[in-house]
Design a protein around this ligand. Structure first.
Ligand SMILES: [Zn+2]
Length: 273
């Protein structure tokens, strides 16, 4: 699933290509990806509108229009945006929506298994998910003090909490494992029992890893690709995720895989305490 670095990569590329362009046609090939209105309503709301900004909140992309309105794209497990600057690429069987823009370029939304979702709203407060989402880890609001104060209120293991979008936005399974490895904290540790110095390490690792991953255009584990269908480069920096039984790159102990809240966690029993 694309996490913060992958969605941010898509957002930046998209902003470079589409800001200032107007949506001149929309072809809905499968209306099941549109979640909060009919395909006809969705097209009527978006058509003729100009894209003014492309922002991100957690793992969602927010396209803002003029006249005012927003299209929110949540790629989830399988959603994928493909930008075609010359408007010639043929759609494939996974293409669900084709947006034709005023310079004849096209933006396709592909989604093989229909896990992703697209919504149109006139007010972002109408998106339920945005009302309860936690702070952005790369914004100023995410500080060591905030983290300490809020970890104290939470029970349960730190790994599951890092992935909880109500607690903090944008982190999923890959980066939660990598952040904990760099912090040298076991994923099984209780969130509220972390010590002040561990929280400072956790904060540092969260910011550093997410920034590095954004600068390397994300991680391509299974199906993530950027707007031009290219893989991300953070793969080469992965230390624990998906490396079960392989040697820890620091101490050579085999990496352990456990399941927490139904998700796989990878860690080094020796390096992470
Ligand atoms: Zn180790």
């Amino acid at each position: 699933m694309p996490e913060l670095p992958e969605v941010e990569t898509i957002r930046r590329d998209l902003a470079e290509q589409v800001i200032g362009l107007t949506i001149s046609a929309i072809q809905v090939l499968d209306d099941r990806v549109i979640r909060n209105c009919s395909a006809r309503q969705f097209c009527r709301q978006c058509l003729g509108k100009t894209i003014t900004t492309v922002t991100r909140r957690g793992k969602a992309i927010v396209i803002q229009f003029s006249p005012p309105g927003y299209a929110i794209i949540q790629p989830m497990m399988t959603g994928h945006l493909v930008y075609d600057p010359v408007g010639e690429k043929v759609t494939d069987r996974d293409t669900k929506i084709v947006f034709t823009l005023s310079n004849q370029s096209r933006l396709n939304y592909n989604d093989q298994r229909l896990f992703g979702r697209i919504q149109y709203v006139d007010d972002l407060k109408k998106i339920e998910f945005f009302r309860h989402i936690g702070p952005e880890p790369l914004e100023k609001e995410f500080t060591v003090d905030w983290l300490k104060l809020n970890l104290e209120k939470r029970s349960g293991p730190i790994k599951s909490l890092l992935m909880n979008q109500h607690f903090i936005a944008g982190i999923g399974n890959i980066y939660a494992s990598e952040i904990l490895f760099r912090s040298r904290i076991s994923p099984r540790r209780s969130a509220r029992r972390l010590k002040r110095e561990e929280i400072a390490l956790l904060h540092r690792a969260t910011v550093d890893i997410l920034k590095e991953a954004v600068s390397l255009r994300g991680t391509s584990m299974r199906n993530y690709r950027d707007l031009s269908s290219t893989k991300g480069n953070f793969m080469n920096r992965i230390k624990v995720y998906g490396r079960e039984q392989e040697k820890c790159l620091q101490c050579k102990t085999p990496i352990t895989k456990i399941v927490q809240a139904g998700r796989s966690t990878f860690y080094c029993k020796r390096c992470q305490r």
